[in-house]
Write a protein that binds this ligand. Sequence first.
Ligand SMILES: *Cc1c(COP(=O)(O)O)cnc(C)c1O
Length: 432
Amino acid sequence: MRYLSTRGGQGTDLVDAMMRGLAADGGLFVPDELPRFDPHAVRGESLAEISAEVLAPFFEGTGLEGELGSICRDAFDFPLPLKTVLDDKLFVLELFHGPTAAFKDVGARFLAALMERALRRSKDARPLTILVATSGDTGGAVAAAFHRRRGIRVGVLFPKGQVSPRQQHQLTCWGDNVRAFEIDGPFDACQALVKAAFTDPGLQRRHRMTAANSINIGRLLPQVAYHAAASLWHWRQHGTAAGSIVPSGNLGNGMACVWARAMGLPVREIVLAVNSNRTIPDYLATGQWQPRASVATLASAMDVGNPSNMERLRNLLPDFAELRANIESYPVDDAEIRAQIALDYGRYGEVWCPHTATAFWVYDHLPPARKTGPWIVSATAHPAKFETIVEPVIGRALPVPRALAELLDRPTASTPLAPRLEDFAAEIDAWK
Ligand SMILES: *Cc1c(COP(=O)(O)O)cnc(C)c1O
C-alpha cells in the first residue's frame, strides 16, 4: 500500500510515512486506497488476531508483513474490554487499561513496536532519537511505550510547574533510554525547542531524529483495529451493527472509526462528542471551517481548537454534503460533564473520566427513538487519572489502577533546562 499526503505530493510506504510523521508538504499521510472487508470473512477473535487481519493490507510493501502478528501481540498486551452498560442498547469500550491509563497508550505502543522492528532492518546504525513536547498526557504514553526499546531513545520535554504532580511522575519515572527535560518556560517553549532541534542542520547531521506525535499514521492504525474489533465482537454476539460515540479532540480516535466503517466493518453510524471547543460541530452546522484558539475545559485532553485530523476526514469525504451525512458532532460544557458523571454514578454505579462523560451526555441527549441504538461509547481514560475533578463530584475516593500505582512507586529524575537550543543540543550530543 502507498501513503499519500493529504495535500498531494509523492507517495511512500508505511515505514517511511511513520518515520517522517508529517509529509514534506505539511500534509498528513493517508492510504491511497482503503482496503474493503466482508465482516463474515474476518476470522480472528482476539483483538491482536483481528488487528493482524484488518491491518495486513496497510503493511503491504514494507517487508514487515511477516512481523505484523508479533507487533499486534506486543502492542495489545493489555485488555480492551467491551462491557454492557444498558442491556442490548448501550456498551462501553474501555480503552484505558494500558500503562498510563488512557487510550493514547494503544497508539504509542503500536508505534513503538513497529518502529523497533523497522529499525532492525535499517542500515543506519545510529540510535533513533525521538523528541516529544508534552503538556501532560501524551509524553507519558510515549515514554512508557518506548521504554527499553532497542535502538531508540526518547527525550520528553515538559513545562516546569505546569503539569499535575501525577502527570509529572509519569513523565519522569522511566530512566534507561528515556530522559525527561524540565523546561523553564511554557508548553509553547517546549514545542519551539523540539522544532528548533529538528530543523538544526548540525543536529540533523549528527543524529537521527523523529517525532512520535499524535498525527503519526503509526498511531492511527491500531485505533482503526480496535474500532474494527469492537464492532465485530458486538455484531457477532448481537447480530446488529452498533453505532459509535467517540469523545474527540484532535479527531484521531474518531477518524480511525470513520476509516473502520469505510473499510466495511459493521459500524452503523458515528457521533463525535466534543467539549466547549466547538470547531467540529460548528463546521457541520455551517459548512465553514473556522479553527480557533482552544479554551480550557475539564476534559483537557480534548482542548483542541484546530483538530488536525479534519484534514484526513475531508480527504476521505471531500464533498461537504457527504461528509455531513457520515458524521454528527455535539458539544458538551463543563457543567454538563460534572452532571453526567454524577448521574451515571448514581444510576449505573459507573465512574467516567471527564472525556468519557461527554460521550455519555451525547448518548443521553439523542432523540428517544435513536437511543435503542445499539451504541458503543469509547471510554478514553481511567477516572482515577482525573481524581481532582471526579472525586468531589461522586463524593468518594477512587482506587488507583494497578498499572498507574506501579508507576507512581517508581523513583523520578529529570534534567532542568533553559529553553535555549544550544543547551538542548549539548544534552543531545552528550547523551549516552
Ligand atoms: C487525546 C484524548 C482524547 C481525544 O482524542 P483525539 O484522538 O485527539 O480526538 C480524548 N480523551 C482522552 C483521555 C485523551 O487523552
